[in-house]
Write a protein that binds this ligand. Structure first.
Ligand code: FES
Ligand code: FES
Length: 166
């Protein structure tokens, strides 16, 4: 199958690569660009571990072909922080928003997309915004506290139910 010249902006850098049309965005990011912060878990669009931003929208990179992101702006977890942690990353750190950390990059990208769309989200919008992300460690309490720290709209620290699901 004929390769295509793939062009996009990834984490602020213009990228040009020859890729087969069957290449998934997730595979391109992890294997070609070595951006391994974007995780593969279910590979079926069910867990959100592979979440990235495409033109500011949260997208499951395991479900999207690279060619569908031609000339788009893609942001991965590696693109959030500069010299210091991004405020959402900092909030996850301070509120214990992760345990094993496998879901964390995807969670943080979903939070970033949510805050991009709703700078002051309602609780319903927060739950909706994270509905595509699963945490196998069930660390939802810390995750919700971290989101709350970012937008001051959820329960104050210590009030979230540690076992509640998003
Ligand atoms: Fe993409 Fe689970 S790995 S949604
Ligand atoms: Fe382990 Fe979420 S922290 S899967």
């Amino acid at each position: 199958m004929k390769a295509l010249m793939w062009r996009a902006v990834v984490n602020g850098q213009a990228v040009q690569l020859s890729v087969p049309p069957t290449r998934l965005l997730l595979s391109l990011l992890r294997e070609e660009l070595e951006l391994t912060g974007t995780k593969l878990s279910c590979g079926l669009g069910r867990c959100g571990a592979c979440m990235v931003l495409v033109d500011g929208m949260a997208v499951n990179a395991c479900l999207v072909m690279a060619y569908q992101c031609q000339n788009r702006e893609i942001t991965t977890i590696e693109g959030l922080a500069s010299q210091e942690l991004h405020p959402v990353q900092q909030a996850f750190m301070e509120e214990g928003g992760f345990q094993c950390g496998y879901c964390t990059p995807g969670m943080i990208m979903s939070v970033q997309a949510l805050l991009g769309q709703h700078p002051e989200p309602t609780e319903e919008q927060i739950l909706q915004g994270l509905s595509g992300n699963l945490c196998r460690c069930t660390g939802y309490g810390g995750i919700l506290r971290a989101v709350g720290r970012c937008c001051n709209k959820m329960e104050s620290p210590g009030q979230a139910d540690e076992t509640s699901s998003v």
